[in-house]
Structures are given as structure tokens and as C-alpha cells.
Design a protein around this ligand. Sequence first.
Ligand code: ZN
Length: 145
Amino acid sequence: MKRLWTLFPLLLANGAFAACEFDVEVGDSLQFSVSEIEVEASCESVTINLKHTGQLPAAAMGHNWVLTTDADFQDVATAGMGVGLEGNYVPSGDDRVIAATKIIGGGESTSISFPTGDLDAAGSYTFFCSFPGHWSIMKGSFRIV
Ligand code: ZN
């Protein structure tokens, strides 16, 4: 019995999905390790740690993590394609981009933190990789809960 009780807090901690910081992995395929991210409304900011566990360089299989509203997602992704790798395939100075990391290749990592103050709990947001050809598949939902 004693053992069960000592395990209990650990189970609770591991079972709590919503948090303020998220580890997201990508590899040499068009897939994020998570398909949805739920941020607790009490978080003042959210941090995304993006890690590329693959082998391919950024020019061939680069990935980033970009956040927009659902409504802006396709337009921003399309605009990003014309920017090029130097600009991380994200239109610069675009108000529709809520957050965006740089493009990384195999073995690289990057992080971004941004305030949640402008995000709406009733809103629905899309995170995606803006690398050309990736965004229609590499995407997920992001919500404040
Ligand atoms: Zn990608």
C-alpha cells in the first residue's frame, strides 16, 4: 500500500497534459511529435522547444514552428513560401504571425517564448511548419484552455 501512495503524485504530474512549456520533436519526415497543444489559461507565456532529431540539413528537410489563427494559416503559409530559407519561410513584419521559430535541420534545436495575453480562449489557432510543401501536412491545433 505504501508504494502505491508514493507513486500517486508522480502519476498525477505525468498525466497533466496542459502546461506552459512544450517539447515538440520533428525528424526527416513531415510530422510533428504532437498534433495538439493546450496551454493553461493561467500561463503568462508559453514556450515551445523544437528539436529536429533527423539527419537531413535545413535546406532539404528544414522545419520550423509557426503559430497563426486558423483563419490566417493558409494565407501566411502561402506567403512564407516566397520568402526563402534565409527568411525562415515566414513573412517578416506580418501581424498575422503570432509566433515563429527559425528553420532548423537535423540535430538542431530552437526555442521560442511568447506572451499569451493576446490569445483568446475562445479562439482556435493552428501551428505548422512553413517549409514549402510541409504546411498542408505538418500542422496541429493550439488552444488556450
Ligand atoms: Zn517541415
